[in-house]
Design a protein around this ligand. Sequence first.
Ligand code: CA
Length: 224
Amino acid sequence: MRVLVIEDEKKIATFVRKGLEAEGFVVEVSNHGDEGYLLATTRPYDAVVLDIMLPGRDGLSILRNLRDRKAPLPVILLTARSELNERLEGLNLGADDYLAKPFYIEELIARLHAVTRRASGATQGILTVGNLSMNLLTREVKRAGAAIELTPREFTLLEHLMRSPGRVLTRAQICEQVWGYDFDPGTNLVEVYIQRLRKKIDADDPVELIETIRGVGYRVRPAP
Ligand code: CA
């Protein structure tokens, strides 16, 4: 798989390149928006990893231009935690997914596989596990077609679980990804939120999707 990484922060660009290459991806890096756009429009890539703040053309304008040209190229945006508006604008403009910095390389790899798998389908920005679906743009969550109201935290927690069905997330990972701070082993915050999610997601369905892996953490059961 050929991936173009448009990112001006050298540290992040190097981290991404090394991580993806170790996984067998062919990676090209550009650290300038104008050059990156030129590469994206003239060379064959399977996906683009796109930073938002760039010298020259910024990430959102690159994305807009790619979509104006009807380029079906899957795009994953790299956003800072504070760039909530940019993230939403990016999804509106047709980004396939986003990743908030800092991130684990495994997370980027999983999403690259996901966006390239569904590149041909019309399921942009929608996560699905069994009869549970989550629209990242409209923030609608549905189980068997019935809408479920979630608070922003509950949504983020479920999003992290649904992004990699079958993979177990530890309480520490959940704390860091959902609340953005180091895990305090004395707190039962994660348990409380998992229970709330279960009530909303699993209570009315014969199949329980949220699973506790005793002594390890939680996961969303992969669809059979
Ligand atoms: Ca940047």
